[in-house]
Design a protein around this ligand. Structure first.
Ligand code: GLU
Length: 318
C-alpha cells in the first residue's frame, strides 16, 4: 500500500502591518487543513523587505495567531536571517546559466513592458538578457543591477486541492530573484524555505496563484520537492475591493474591539461552509468538520455585521 506522507503545513505571514481579515481567513484554513489530518504546522515570518517589515510586527503576528487559537510547531523561522540559504540557491541557478543582471530602472521597465498579464501587471520584455558583457560592464559603472531568471515560455499544470487542475502560464516574464539593493525576492525565498522547512502543503490566498508556476519551476531547477497547493478564495471588502493592509481594512486591532476570537472564528467558519449557522467556536472544534469539499472556490464578501447572512459570493469576480 502507498505510504501517505505526513502533512506539514505552514503560516507564512508578511509582517508589514497588522493582519487583516483575509490573512486570518487563509491562516485558519491552512491550520485546519494540516491539523485535521494530524499534520504539523510551522511558522515563517516573511520579513525579507527591510523597508516594510518591523520586528514589532513579527511579535504582533504571533500574538494574533495565538489569540485566534492557532498554534504551530517548533521555533518560527525569520526570512531576514536566512540570507545565506538564498545566496546558495541563487548561485546554483547562476551556475546553470539562468540568471542575468537587469539594469532597467522602474520607469524603463514599465515602458519596456510588453503585453500585460491578466491581473494587469506588466510583463518584462527581457531586454537586458541580450546585453553583451561589455555593455553590462559599462552599465554597472553607474547602476546596481537587479538579478532576473530566464523563465521559459511554458504552461504549467498542477492539481490544486481546492481549485482542481489549474493551468497557468509561466509567462514570458523573467522574474526578479534579487533586487538591486541586494534583497532576495519572494519567489526564491519561498521555494528555498518551503523545502528547508519540510513543508508538504501550501494553503494561501488565490492572489498568489500566478506565483505557483514560477515556484514549481524553480523547485524543478533546484531539485527541490513540490509541496501540494490549495489556493483559497479571497475575502473582499463590501465594495468588492481586495482587502489590503495599507487601507487598514478590517485589521485585527479593530476587529478585536468588537469581536471575541470565537466570534470571529465562527464567522469565518460559516463563510468557509463548515458551519450551517453562525455560532462562536474555537478552531479546535472545527477540526472534525473541515473538508475541502465544503470550502467555496470563489472570492466573496464577508459581511461581519449580519452573522446569519454570512458570506455572499461576489458577483463578477473570477
Ligand atoms: N507572505 C505572503 C503573504 O503574507 C504569503 C506567501 C505564501 O504563502 O507563499 O501574503
Amino acid at each position: 500500500m502507498e505510504k501517505k506522507i505526513p502533512v506539514r503545513g505552514r503560516f507564512a505571514p508578511s509582517p508589514s502591518g497588522r493582519m487583516h481579515l483575509g490573512n486570518l481567513w487563509s491562516c485558519l484554513l491552512a491550520w485546519l487543513a494540516a491539523r485535521s489530518c494530524s499534520g504539523e504546522m510551522v511558522l515563517r515570518l516573511e520579513d525579507l523587505d527591510p523597508d516594510r517589515c518591523r520586528p514589532a510586527f513579527c511579535d504582533q503576528v504571533m500574538r494574533d495567531l495565538e489569540w485566534l487559537g492557532l498554534d504551530w510547531d517548533g521555533e518560527p523561522v525569520y526570512q531576514s536571517r536566512r540570507t545565506e540559504a538564498y545566496a546558495q540557491a541563487f548561485r546554483a541557478l547562476e551556475a546553470q546559466g539562468l540568471v542575468y543582471p537587469c539594469f532597467c530602472t522602474r520607469a524603463e521597465r514599465l515602458t519596456a513592458s510588453a503585453p500585460h498579464r491578466s491581473d494587469g501587471t506588466a510583463l518584462y520584455d527581457g531586454r537586458c538578457r541580450s546585453l553583451t558583457p561589455a555593455e553590462r560592464e559599462v552599465l554597472a559603472r553607474t547602476r546596481r543591477p537587479a538579478w532576473r531568471i530566464h523563465a521559459p515560455e511554458e504552461t504549467v499544470l498542477f492539481s490544486d486541492l481546492l481549485q482542481g487542475v489549474v493551468s497557468e502560464q509561466l509567462a514570458q516574464d523573467d522574474f526578479i530573484l534579487r533586487r538591486s539593493d541586494g534583497v532576495y525576492a519572494y519567489q526564491l525565498a519561498v521555494v528555498v524555505d518551503d523545502a528547508a522547512m519540510g513543508v508538504t502543503q501550501v494553503v494561501r490566498g488565490s492572489d498568489l496563484l500566478s506565483s505557483t508556476p514560477r515556484q514549481l519551476w524553480l523547485q524543478q531547477q533546484l531539485r527541490l520537492p513540490h509541496p501540494e497547493y490549495a489556493h483559497v478564495p479571497l475575502l473582499l471588502a463590501p465594495d468588492g475591493r481586495r482587502l489590503a493592509k495599507r487601507d487598514r481594512d478590517l485589521e485585527l486591532g479593530q476587529l478585536q474591539e468588537v469581536y471575541t476570537a470565537p466570534e470571529l472564528v465562527g464567522r469565518l467558519a460559516h463563510a468557509a461552509g463548515l458551519l450551517p449557522e453562525y455560532r462562536p467556536v474555537s478552531p479546535r472544534e472545527l477540526l472534525p468538520l473541515f473538508s475541502w469539499d465544503r470550502v467555496p472556490k470563489r472570492d466573496m464578501v464577508l459581511s461581519l455585521d449580519t452573522p446569519s447572512s454570512g458570506a455572499e459570493a461576489a458577483q463578477g469576480t473570477p
